[in-house]
Structure formats: structure tokens, C-alpha cells
Write a protein that binds this ligand. Structure first.
Ligand code: HEM
Length: 295
């Protein structure tokens, strides 16, 4: 019997074989497998479990570690959805792009809901394993930086911690200079003949952008017709949902920090709460928010 050590693809099964198997099983699930179950081959449960390696015996630590790992997976999924939306916008397939962005809003809500599994963490419990984490901090999450960059929150300084991992570092540097989701939206709007200034289309992509009066006015114009049939309004609302739920996640992180460690300095070397509050205040898609004042 083979025991597979890494996830692999389960053998495909067509509808006819599936029906014949169900008939042969008298409607009951299959329970005989010569090797690891197809579920194990697909999901890689043992690999996932092997990654749950607390560094202390403290009973509060596994939840902290698993929630962090789960959030990393949500970051990866968000990144995939938004990179897909970018490709769809570049192919002028707006319906598909709206579909991807809407899906991502559901993932964001689940990401945000994950805080529920950590809100019980008291300062004494956190102290029980915090020192053993050394300088490890979510600040060093490169997948989170990809998420931020796709949302247009750019900074060269957050790429620097990853110089020790060349592949990760190169990928982040590429993402820093690449168009954000908003850049692709604006390029699409320009191709549809909307008045996006050339200065905006050609702006430096390695920095976070301030709101632009012409882009704000453009969205305000779109928002004068808030009907579901107005596909640009639907796009604007999907992006606003993304900005809102992502902001909620950041604000809940600030609250979780205040609750678990008060205003102590962070393990990543920052002042902690005060630094995070400033970071969380940065606006995602500022023109979409500014347009609401103009409408
Ligand atoms: C209650 C538990 C947590 C505490 C006390 C905490 C604390 C902190 C602190 C103090 C910082 C500022 C940087 C520094 O370390 O000096 C930070 C940043 C960060 N943490 Fe957490 N954290 C917690 C849970 C999490 C979880 C579960 C995640 C999920 C991956 C996470 C992701 C991040 C990210 C992405 C940043 C950078 C934020 C930014 O650049 O604006 N944190 N955290």
C-alpha cells in the first residue's frame, strides 16, 4: 500500500462511473480505498496538521497559531481573486471581473469573522506564549502585503523585511511596481471612453495614491444612476464593499491588539497600538469614498 506524503490529484471520475459506483454501493458512500482516500490526496490534511506547530505548551497558543494560518490562506485566496479580476478587466470582461470581486467580498467577510476565534485572548494568556514568538509579527506577512498592494496601499519599506527570501522578495518587488486593482479598473474605464486623466493612468505605481479630483468626479457621475442595470455602478459598489470589509478587518485587528496586549510595543519592533491605528486609517479606493461627498 502506498502512503502519499504530499497532496496529489485524485483520479478523475466521470458521471457514468459515478452513477455505476453509487448503484454498486446500494447508495452508501465508498469505504474501501487501496491507498490514501481521494479526499486526503486532494486536501492534504496531514500536511496541514504538520504545520500546526505551537512553540509552547500554553493552551491558548494553538488557537493563535491556527487563526493566523487560516488568515494567511484567506489572504492567498483574496490575492487570487483580485489577480483574476485584473486579467478579466484587461480582457474587457467586466461581468466576469465583477463576479470575481463579489466573490472576494464573501472571502473578506469570512476573514473578518475569523477574529471571533481570538477575541477571548486575555493579556495574561497572551503573555503565556508571547516571548517565545521572538520578533515574529504579522507585520512580516508577505501575503498580506500582496493584498495591500492589490488594494493600492503601496510602500517600499514593507518589502524590505523579505530580502532574506529572494523569491518572495522579487515577487513583492514586482507587485509593488505592478498595477493595483484600481489601476486596472481605471484603465478599463478609460478604454470605455470615460475621462480618466493620462496623468492618473501613467502615475507612479510604487506609491499609495491620493484621491484625484477627475477620478472622484467620474465616479460621482457613475453614482448618479444607482440602478442594478448600470454595470459601472455595480462595479463601484463591489469595490466599495471590498474597501469597507477590508477596513473592518484592520479595525478589528486594532481592537484585538488593544484587548490582548494594550499599548505595549509590538513584537515586530513598532510602538504597537498607536502605530497600527495610523496604518489602519489609510483609505482603500479613496476616490470612491470622495465621490459620495460630491453626489
Ligand atoms: C491578538 C492577537 C494579535 C496581536 C496582539 C497582534 C499584534 C500586532 C502588532 C503589535 C502589530 C504591529 C507591528 C509590530 O508587531 O510591531 C501587528 C501587525 C500586524 N498583524 Fe497582528 N496581532 C495579532 C493577531 C494577528 C493575526 C491573527 C494576524 C493574521 C495574519 C495578524 C496580522 C498582522 C498584520 C498583517 C500586521 C501588519 C499591519 C500593517 O502593516 O498595517 N495579526 N500585529
Amino acid at each position: 500500500m502506498t502512503t502519499r506524503q504530499s497532496p496529489s490529484h485524485p483520479a478523475p471520475l466521470d458521471a457514468g462511473t459515478r452513477a455505476a459506483r453509487a448503484a454498486g454501493n446500494a447508495g452508501e458512500p465508498t469505504v474501501e480505498f487501496a491507498e490514501a482516500t481521494p479526499y486526503e490526496q486532494y486536501v492534504g490534511v496531514r500536511q496541514l496538521q504538520a504545520l500546526v506547530r505551537p512553540v509552547t505548551e500554553h493552551p491558548a497558543e494553538p488557537a493563535f497559531l491556527v487563526v493566523t494560518q487560516v488568515m494567511e490562506l484567506w489572504f492567498t485566496l483574496l490575492r487570487r481573486e483580485w489577480e483574476l479580476a485584473q486579467r478579466q478587466l484587461r480582457a474587457d470582461d467586466l461581468d466576469a471581473a465583477i463576479g470575481s470581486i463579489r466573490r472576494s467580498v464573501h472571502h473578506l467577510r469570512s476573514l473578518d469573522a475569523s477574529w471571533g476565534s481570538l477575541l477571548w485572548l486575555t493579556p495574561a494568556e497572551f503573555n503565556g506564549f508571547r516571548d517565545q514568538l521572538g520578533e515574529a509579527s504579522g507585520f512580516q506577512s508577505y501575503e498580506y502585503r500582496h493584498v495591500e498592494f492589490l488594494l493600492g496601499l503601496k510602500a517600499e519599506s514593507v518589502v524590505r523585511p523579505h530580502r532574506g527570501l529572494p523569491v518572495v522578495h522579487a515577487d513583492l518587488q514586482r507587485a509593488l511596481a505592478a498595477p493595483s486593482l484600481e489601476d486596472d479598473v481605471l484603465a478599463y474605464l478609460a478604454r470605455r471612453g470615460l475621462p480618466v486623466p493620462a496623468t492618473v493612468l501613467e502615475r507612479d505605481r510604487t506609491v499609495t495614491h491620493e484621491p484625484d479630483p477627475a477620478v472622484t468626479a467620474l465616479w460621482a457621475e457613475v453614482y448618479t444612476d444607482p440602478r442594478p442595470g448600470n454595470e459601472l455602478f455595480t462595479l463601484g459598489e463591489a469595490l466599495t464593499d471590498v474597501a469597507e470589509v477590508f477596513t473592518t478587518w484592520r479595525q478589528r485587528h486594532v481592537t484585538a491588539v488593544r484587548r490582548a496586549m494594550g499599548a505595549k510595543p509590538g513584537s515586530g519592533g513598532s510602538a504597537g497600538l498607536a502605530w497600527l491605528e495610523r496604518s489602519a486609517a489609510r483609505m482603500v479606493f479613496p476616490d470612491l469614498w470622495a465621490a459620495r461627498t460630491v453626489v
